[in-house]
Write a protein that binds this ligand. Structure first.
Ligand code: MCN
Ligand code: SMO
Length: 802
């Protein structure tokens, strides 16, 4: 097998270089901010500087008087307009009886999410007004001419404190700041497990808030054409068709009159899924002015207003028998959802966290309670891993504590608890999930072998005698990927969770393939071309892939929940199958043979047993368009469209082993080894898969080591810029050894599972487990995230006192 060939000798599964890279790496690629239109204006946003404030008065007169200012929109204008003016969250769009999870929140408090704060601004950065001017700098400066009078109110940022009696309520209808109080599992079975257990462990932890930072901030150009009445919106979107529907609702404007185009998008990681005020405000301004309007977010605005992530306060415990077998698990979590309920926010701490809490383990009894709370902060929503780094942290920290107490090796306690391979396909869990396929131990064994685990355990003992502290951290995980289906009953937000594909065969035999998903750097144009080329038997170079334009692609869902390969890839394969089916009929007609006698191999049709006479797929495409020699009554052309709605999500898995040396004097952490073994089923392109795992680990280690979104007691963001928010740099991260095992998913023909988030999920846990293991001689039993040198040092000091 070379890099140009997959396991079966074809292009599917080949580790090809990504075809999109030359333009991305040479700076040729066009991002939203690279685009200009004639007569384009620029929007800038006036934002509330406080965590919580009454908006007493907005006086725009001075800004309006500026000669280069074309428009100022205030809350009064919004109230006077006939726009709905609020954003929807999926909680609003899904009737309760159709809540896409069996165990979904029974009730939710869902307030309006206004485009512009009215009488009250509920978090720092919420838009209060917008200014449109002829030039970006004038627009920015003119925001200072809008005179807003605020009265500051008490604010709360911590999700657990938000539910206390003396906390300020964000909404009258939710005096305790509770959005939902969700419980899953069997409390009685858990009580019994804890009563009968030989051993229990418990932990109180905070999973700190993470602020996502894609290289490209959010940006929008809205261009309303008064003649055609078409609104074209170029924007940084992971899911253009969803954004079209949401914008249609927010602006009360027909969906077919809106075209969303996602140009090259410089990273999304979840942030660019959601529906925010600014894209709708830009569109509204363009419709008012009948001119193109551009808005480009500044980094400090991104920190204040992009959906944040994690932000849990948790108490959890585990019951085990004395050989380390898990008997019960319980967790009580306060999850900060911010000042408004963002698009998918309720699903993250429930479906992706609560239901995934058992991880890869056979947990016989579980109870989890999640209280989603309002806080005076930016909304919290999906971000790479979405709830599962949090879930993995809880169960894998508890298991690690139990291993230490019971004096069982960290790897061994995991082996004893994994769901065994014979339970598959379709192992059912106490989280109400169905896992499709798995061989969890295999990834662990492979990771241990690569990391030379046994040798490091030995070294660890020897080095302690030299006052050197090496620690080994293991984290095994599973993940919910490949969402759908769309139909309720299985996790998956509406409006859609299926994926479309359209394959167009041109008369010359080349192909354009359209996919409903839209990438932000994941390499879909390469991967989907591999699927199409393989299935159609045409050269890879003859296939072009188009995404990210709602007027070109029939319908779509988008790139998130690591779903594009599974749902989009299989949609492609299915359209290709339809084409092969029709082409077979044409070939039979040409051969004057029975359809059943026609074989299709390596892009050539021939008659069984008579390979000397053959017709290529490209020739058939030509014939199909010529329509001279096709069966009577057959439509000309050779295109196919598919909407693929899978029956179930896919559950990839893996294990990471992190080996560090910790300096107890300074709290500094040095990486010695970092091994990740992942299983995402079959792979379309192993090089892309590895790249995804690399990026994913970095995104998990950032919040493990340094990243923390902090608000002060007034809910003012302390980490508002990259001066105060430490993104990891390449030289601070280890070299990774990345390997894969292959356990195909039975849910889809290609046998794929998602990989886009897998690296991120176990990384914080692997790191903390390693640090705690290193510091065992100091009595350290936990280090909070992020494990900064200060926290590590304090843990050593505190541990020493015990
Ligand atoms: N792939 C494959 N074989 C598989 C699975 C995936 O070859 N068995 C390939 C796919 O063809 C695709 C890539 O790996 O090129 C990732 O596929 P998938 O796991 O389906 O994820 P999506 O394409 O749906 O991307 C979303 C996912 C998520 S949810 C986040 S968050 C994240 C991630 O991708 N954001 C990213 N990786 C990112 N990578 C980049 N560069 N930028 C982001 O914003
Ligand atoms: S957080 Mo990924 O875009 O689902």
């Amino acid at each position: 097998m070379t890099d140009d060939e997959g396991p079966d000798g074809g292009v599917l599964g080949a580790a090809l270089d990504r075809r999109e890279d030359p333009s991305l790496l040479t700076g040729e690629a066009k991002y939203t901010d690279d685009i200009t239109h004639d007569g384009m204006l620029h929007m800038s946003v006036v934002r509330c500087p406080y965590g919580h404030a009454k908006v007493e008065r907005v006086d725009a007169s001075e800004a309006e008087a500026h000669e280069d200012v074309e428009l100022v929109l205030t809350p009064e204008d919004l109230a006077e307009s006939d726009l709905p003016g609020t954003l929807e969250s999926i909680g609003m769009m899904v009737p309760k009886e159709n809540w896409p999870m069996e165990a979904g929140p029974a009730e939710m408090f869902l307030p309006d999410y206004p485009l512009l704060a009215g009488d009250r601004a509920l978090h720092q950065g919420h838009p209060v007004a917008v200014v449109v001017a002829t030039d970006r700098y004038v627009a920015n400066d003119a925001t200072e001419l809008v005179d807003v009078e605020y009265e500051r109110l008490d604010a709360v940022a911590n999700p657990a404190e938000a539910t206390e009696d003396d906390a300020p309520a964000l909404y009258e209808g939710a005096p305790d700041n509770v959005i939902f109080d969700w419980e899953l599992g069997d409390p009685e079975a858990v009580d019994e497990a804890f009563e009968s257990a030989d051993h229990t462990v418990d932990i109180e932890l905070e999973h700190p808030r993470v602020i996502p930072d894609a290289i490209e901030p959010r940006a929008t150009i809205a261009d309303f054409d008064p003649l055609t009445e078409k609104l074209t919106v170029e924007m940084t979107s992971q899911n253009p068709h969803h954004h079209r529907l949401w914008l249609s609702n927010t602006l009360d404007y027909p969906e077919h009159k809106i075209r969303i185009v996602a140009p090259e998008v410089g990273g999304g990681f979840g942030v660019k899924i959601h529906h925010y005020p600014e894209e709708a405000l830009t569109s509204w301004c363009s419709m008012e002015l009948e001119r193109p309007v551009k808005w480009v977010q500044k980094r400090s605005e991104a920190h204040m207003t992009d959906a944040h992530a994690r932000g849990h306060v948790t108490e959890a415990s585990m019951a085990l028998d004395d050989d380390g077998t898990i008997l019960g698990l319980q967790a009580d979590t306060h999850a900060a959802l911010g000042a408004y309920v963002s698009t998918h926010a309720p699903l993250i701490p429930t479906g992706s966290y609560g239901m995934m809490l058992p991880g890869p383990f056979d947990v016989p009894a579980m109870r989890v309670n999640v209280i989603g709370t309002f806080t005076n902060t930016s909304p919290v929503d999906a971000y790479r891993g979405a709830g599962q780094p949090e879930a993995t942290f809880v169960i894998q920290r508890l298991l690690e504590m139990a291993a230490r107490d019971l004096d069982i090796d960290s790897a061994e306690i995991r082996r004893r608890n994994f769901i065994p391979p014979e339970e598959f396909p379709y192992a059912e869990t106490v989280g109400n999930m169905v896992y499709d396929s798995g061989d969890y131990e295999k990834t662990l064994e492979k990771a241990l072998e690569i990391a030379d685990y046994d040798q490091y355990r030995q070294r660890q003992k020897e080095l302690r005698d030299e006052d050197r502290y090496v620690g080994i951290g293991i984290a095994s995980f599973v993940e919910l990927t490949g969402l759908g289906p769309s139909k309720p009953g299985v996790p998956g937000p509406l409006p859609t969770f299926h994926e479309s594909s359209l394959i167009r065969f041109h008369p010359s035999g080349t192909v354009t393939a359209y996919s409903g998903t839209a990438d932000q750097g994941q390499g879909h144009k390469t991967a989907f071309a591999q699927v199409v080329a393989e299935e159609l038997g045409v050269p890879y170079e003859d296939v072009e892939v188009i995404q990210g334009d709602t007027d070109q692609v029939p319908q779509g869902t988008g790139a998130f929940a690591s779903r594009s390969a599974v749902v989009g890839g299989n949609a492609m394969a299915k359209s290709a199958e339809k084409i092969v089916e029709k082409a077979t009929k044409i070939a039979a007609h040409q051969f004057e043979a029975d359809e059943d006698d026609v074989v299709f191999e390596d892009g050539e049709f021939s008659i069984k047993g008579a390979p000397e006479r053959s017709i290529s797929m490209a020739e058939i495409a030509h014939e199909a368009h010529q329509a001279n020699a096709i069966p009577d009554g057959m439509e000309p052309g050779l295109d196919a469209t598919t909407f693929f709605d899978p029956d179930a999500p896919t559950i990839p898995f893996g294990s990471q082993v992190c080996i560090v040396e910790v300096d107890p004097e300074s709290g500094e952490i040095d990486f010695l080894e970092y091994v990740a073994v992942d299983d995402c089923g079959e792979q379309i392109n192993p090089q892309i898969v590895k790249g995804q795992i690399h990026g994913g680990i970095a995104q998990g280690l950032g919040p493990a080591l340094f990243e923390e979104g902090k608000y002060d007691d007034n809910a003012s963001l302390v980490s508002g810029t990259l001066m105060d928010y430490a993104l990891p740099k390449a030289n601070q991260l280890p070299d990774y050894d990345v390997e894969c095992t292959v356990t195909p998913s039975p849910t889809n023909e290609l046998g794929l599972k998602g990989i886009g988030e897998a690296g991120t999920i176990p990384a914080p846990t692997a790191l903390v487990n390693a640090v705690v293991d290193a510091l065992e001689p100091f009595g350290v039993d936990h280090v909070e995230l992020p494990a900064t040198p200060e926290k590590v040092w304090r843990a050593v000091e505190k541990g020493g006192e015990q």
